[in-house]
Ligand binder design. Structure first.
Ligand code: AMP
Ligand code: GLY
Length: 420
């Protein structure tokens, strides 16, 4: 079987590594991929939004299954483009990926179908939003409706900050048209957990839980990033919470999408806040999380091709998802200065230290080849994952492996998975 993976980050490397374990797979392509993915897949120079080129390539190479890793192409309708050409593809169609593409859509869906989430209002006009803020309780959360690289969420501690936030999103348009509409939402407190679920449109089954660390600096200080590290499982997500979420969140969401004529097939990533009143949905994503995938997939026992096929064919009810009874921690090695300004093109050394080390993974995110040498090519450069019998051991192993790699502006958080 020939598989094409679309994307170029640590998530796609983790997907490719899992696909490579399948006995059914004879060849993997990745568009566009990166220097690490190139060790297990043939990378092709096609961008994730070049739908015509992607489908033409899939036809030319007789690809049996395409897996979409990234949000932008999903929200833009890449799955529809593949299906229109009769090609098999894993991921939600455009009309279902809107669950990630529009925060207003997802909030309205949750309200209509009684999925627990924070109270909110939606605004398309800055004056109305500002008037609403005058009587709102602080802190408060402002969210750009559209995709904003995970950065369109502003937590505002007081009225002045909230007013400045509305200006930033709706008047100055820091996130472009993503801010034409905003959601203003009640501030929630509690532990955050990410539960990535597979769905075939009728059945939804959760993977093992994970937690991301989004802030750039130790102690959850600094700017929001795409994610600086993850651990799995989350000790705070109990079996009791899973039972509650299965009924009140996962099943309800998938049923709601079907009833709306927007059947969701693929990975539904549910971001939860474990509040005093129980779990509530923070956000939905229509894909694997990054770096969540880098701790969840190494712990998965199933042949991932079987799972992808069950989702496409509508037979997920017949498949049991299985995960190892251990833990994993992923520490992101970033370029110093991320998520703002940073240098690229710096040589990276030490990859050979991972050779033959079972339970250790060096997933590439922003890397590329430069004259045969692997160099940094982004803010998040590598994801260093290690497994252990429990979180404590996994954390110790991951930080040991962090020391195996070197590049000039290497930066990472020291407290991933520490706080439990
Ligand atoms: P989102 O992209 O919606 O997950 O938001 C990004 C981050 O902002 C989340 O991971 C939370 O840390 C925080 N956040 C979002 N919504 C809320 C909320 N209603 N209350 C508190 N924190 C929130
Ligand atoms: N790590 C958060 C995300 O993938 O959206």
């Amino acid at each position: 079987m020939k598989v094409l993976i679309v994307g170029s980050g640590g998530r796609e490397h983790a997907i490719a590594a899992k696909v490579a374990q399948s006995k059914k797979v004879t060849k993997i392509y990745c568009a566009p991929g990166n220097a690490g993915i190139a060790s297990i897949a043939e990378c092709v120079n096609i961008g994730p939004m070049e739908f015509d080129k992607l489908t033409a390539f899939a036809k030319e190479k007789a690809i049996d299954l395409t897996v979409i890793g990234m949000d932008d192409p999903l929200v833009g309708g890449v799955v529809d483009a593949f299906e229109a050409e009769g090609l098999r593809v894993f991921g939600p169609r455009k009309n279902a990926a809107i669950i990630e593409g529009s925060k207003a859509f997802s909030k309205d869906l949750m309200k209509k179908y009684h999925v627990p989430t924070a109270a909110y209002e939606t605004f398309t006009n800055a004056d109305d939003a500002l008037a609403y803020l005058e009587t709102a309780k602080m802190p408060i959360v402002l969210k750009a409706d559209g995709l904003a690289l995970g950065k369109g969420v502003l937590i505002c501690n007081n009225l002045d900050e909230a007013k400045a936030g509305v200006k930033e999103l709706m008047v100055d348009k820091h996130f472009g048209s993503a801010g034409d509409k905003i959601v203003i939402e009640e501030f929630m407190t509690g532990r955050e957990v990410s539960v990535l679920c597979f769905s075939d449109g009728k059945t939804i089954k959760p993977m093992t839980s994970a937690q991301d660390h989004k802030r750039a600096k130790d102690g959850d200080q600094g700017l929001n990033t795409g994610g600086m590290g993850t651990f799995s499982p989350s000790p705070f997500y109990t079996a009791e919470m899973q039972t509650f979420c299965q009924k009140e969140v996962f099943d309800k969401t998938i049923d709601a999408m079907r009833q709306e004529g927007r059947t969701f097939k693929g990975v539904l990533f549910v971001g939860l806040m474990l509040t005093q009143e129980g779990p509530k949905v923070l956000e939905y994503n229509a894909r694997f999380g990054d770096p969540e995938a880098q701790v969840v997939l190494p712990r998965m026992k199933n042949d991932i091709i079987d799972v992808f096929e069950a989702c496409i064919d509508g037979t997920l009810d017949q498949l049991a998802l299985e995960f190892e009874d251990n833990a994993a921690v992923c520490v992101i090695l970033a370029s110093d200065g991320y998520p703002e300004k940073y240098d690229k093109g710096l040589p990276i050394t030490g990859f050979e230290n991972f050779d033959g080390k079972e339970g250790y993974y060096c997933f590439h995110a922003g890397t590329k080849f430069d004259n045969g040498q692997i160099v940094t090519n982004g803010g998040r450069v590598l994801g260093i994952t290690a497994k252990g019998k429990d979180l404590h051991e996994a954390r110790k192993n991951a930080y040991e492996a962090v020391g195996w790699i070197d590049f000039a502006n290497k930066y990472y958080r020291h407290d991933i998975g520490k706080d439990f």
